[in-house]
Unconditional design. Structure first.
Lengths: 297, 312
């Protein structure tokens, strides 16, 4: 099937095919085989989550457990919606909370981290080295023990039990700045120099030259940060029910134990599906930039 | 005349050296740094400094901390046998999973980059799946179930490799190797995605130039062209790998339990969690965190030195 397709394609469509240098057919074949074998293992959690969410109750409790569903049903999802309607705070409120926390936490972090990464990568000023190594080192300290001092600081600032308690610390996670700085470092200096000669301010250079050229970096950072914020349940910092994010509400539903096993499977599906959709949107743009970026010298 | 000019030049140079002048001249830089670093100092640097301070105290989170000097550290290395076991486990774990995961990330990112269009996007998703599906490693509970219905036991029994089902996570000698395998399976995370993004920024014309210079196959191309042009990403990946390999705890707790059988799955961070969130001995937990911190800094220095040699 694949063979005939290939034969048909070549004579009729004379698209100038991008030929990659130094590639052998045998090598391509081996790599494809390797990816297929490993891919099966890696896809396991995805396959399980999707199948579980479609299983009727008797199949969920079947022992020994089977991976694939035999009689797929959407019952789990309708159960989940019924449970959602019974919640104490209207369910849409949880969704709104999550949109605010995840959205602001992600956008704010990408902007703050990129803005700080640009001078660290491309400017020369006193204190640069120390600031940067502090960021890298901070990632190596176990967050379990810093949580308590962090809680004290957040209470002291008076932002406990507000969205800001989750969002503001998220702006300054270490990884984002490090990632952005590493990518910006690669940009040739001549790019910024010529803009400077044209009289562009540093802010203008950052926004219209640096950022478009490191698009793969901030799209990737957005994926990381989205995952991080999406998984946040509010924990210590949010006490009011009407401030808690979706993740918390969903966990409450799954905490119902055996009686809610079906709804829990649907919850697991939704919890995984949203970041996956976001991932696909960002990732397809990361790959797109490859063909459009030609700014390097 | 010459002397006067050089005197003026000297004065200008002296003026430029002054900190106040430097700050004024780099105003834009500092303004750009401000939002991030103000928050960073408040929510990260300050808590880390406080934690290191607490490591010299006895602090049970109810009473005010009392200063005890080096006592926590002395206890850690001289009296706490379980800490030494967990340190040993962590080192074995990090020495194996660190480099192997790192190479896997790089290798798979590079192979995926060989594909085009939709196939590539799909492969990226599949290989990143374990990292995006929350606690995806729970799948391994099914595989490693200790009775004969566990998938691994089932397969091994069927083909006659073993005579009776093995309690994988309850047998001391299997715990650490199994955790290492699961961690490797989980390893295509942050580093992997940043490598994928890094590969997009490699200048395409370098490949053409390299082909003219006599590079013959994709392996040479990888070593002489691709890797040297993505050194910053390699550094980033290495740091992320270090923080992940040394801080492993979740998979150990979820698969082997905390405490695990005869502490076979104990790591520095599970030990820390034991003291910090179960026993509320925050001072002692902070001392553990500080030791781990120093260990990671040392490893990082070493790894960065090795990475500077890539492509030489």
């Amino acid at each position: 099937m694949a063979d005939t397709k290939k034969k048909l394609k070549n004579p009729f469509r004379k698209r100038p095919k991008e030929k990659r240098l130094n590639r052998s057919v045998a090598g391509n074949g081996i790599l494809f085989f390797l990816m297929a074998v490993c891919g099966v293992f890696m896809a396991l959690p995805l396959v399980m989550i999707i199948n579980n969410s479609l299983k009727p109750l008797d199949e969920i409790f079947q022992f020994p457990p089977k991976i694939f569903v035999r009689n797929p049903t959407l019952e789990n999802f309708s159960d989940l919606f019924v449970l959602m309607n019974n919640s104490w705070v209207p369910f849409s409120r949880y969704i709104l909370n999550t949109i605010i926390i995840t959205g602001l936490g992600m956008v704010g972090h990408v902007i703050c981290a990129s803005l700080a990464a640009y001078p660290l990568a491309k400017h020369h000023f006193p204190g640069k080295g120390i600031l940067f190594s502090m960021v890298v080192l901070s990632m190596m300290f176990s967050w379990t023990v810093t949580q308590i001092p962090q809680y004290i600081i957040i209470s002291w600032l008076g932002i406990n039990n507000t969205y800001a308690a989750l969002i503001l610390p998220a702006f300054s996670f270490g990884m984002g700045l490090y990632l952005m700085k590493q990518f910006m470092e690669q940009l040739p200096d001549s790019l910024m120099e010529s803009a400077r000669l044209d009289g562009a301010s540093e802010w203008k250079i950052f926004w219209s030259i640096v950022m478009p050229n490191v698009k793969p970096a901030w799209l990737t950072l957005a994926i990381f940060q989205f995952q991080q914020m999406w998984g946040n349940t509010g924990g210590l910092f949010l006490r009011n029910e009407e401030l808690k994010p979706l993740q918390y509400a969903l966990q409450q539903i799954t905490a119902g134990g055996t009686a809610r096993a079906g709804a829990a499977a649907a919850v697991t599906f939704i919890v995984a599906a949203v970041p996956i959709i976001f991932f696909l949107i960002c990732q397809s743009n990361v790959l797109e930039t490859m063909t459009t970026s030609g700014m390097k010298d | 005349m010459d002397a006067q000019i050089s005197k003026e030049a000297y004065e200008i140079a002296a003026k430029q050296k002054k900190l106040g002048y430097q700050i004024k001249r780099n105003k834009a830089s500092y303004l750009m740094l401000a939002p991030y670093f103000i928050l960073f100092f408040l929510f990260t640097v300050l808590p880390v400094v406080i934690s290191i301070g607490l490591s010299f105290t006895y602090f049970n989170m109810l009473e005010a901390p009392t200063f005890v000097g080096w006592k926590n550290y002395i206890k850690l290395f001289l009296e706490d046998d379980i800490f030494l076991i967990s340190l040993k486990n962590t080192l074995i774990f990090a020495v194996i999973t660190g480099p192997v995961s790192y190479i896997l990330c790089l290798l798979f990112a590079w192979i995926i980059n060989e594909f085009k269009g939709k196939v590539r996007a799909f492969l990226t998703l599949i290989f990143y799946a374990p990292s995006i599906c929350g606690n995806a490693y729970m799948v391994w509970n099914l595989i490693l179930t200790g009775d004969r219905y566990g998938y691994l036991n089932g397969i091994l029994l069927k083909f006659g490799f073993i005579d009776e089902a093995i309690l994988w996570m309850k047998t001391e000698k299997y715990v650490l190797p199994v955790l290492i395998v699961v961690q490797l399976w989980l390893s295509l995370g942050t580093g992997f995605l940043s490598f994928i993004a890094g590969l997009q920024t490699v200048d395409k014309s370098l490949y053409e130039a390299a082909a003219l210079d006599g590079i013959k196959n994709r392996w040479q191309e990888l070593w002489y062209v691709t890797l040297p042009s993505m050194k910053p990403q390699l550094m980033f990946g290495a740091v992320m790998q270090i923080t992940q390999s040394f801080a492993v705890a979740d998979i150990s707790i979820q698969l082997a339990g905390n405490p695990s059988v005869n502490y076979a799955g104990a790591t520095v961070v599970t030990h820390l969690l034991d003291y910090g969130s179960t026993r509320f001995e925050m001072g002692y937990a902070s001392a553990i965190a500080t030791v781990l911190f120093l260990l990671m800094i040392g490893t990082n220095k070493l790894v960065q030195r090795i990475l500077r040699r890539v492509g030489e």
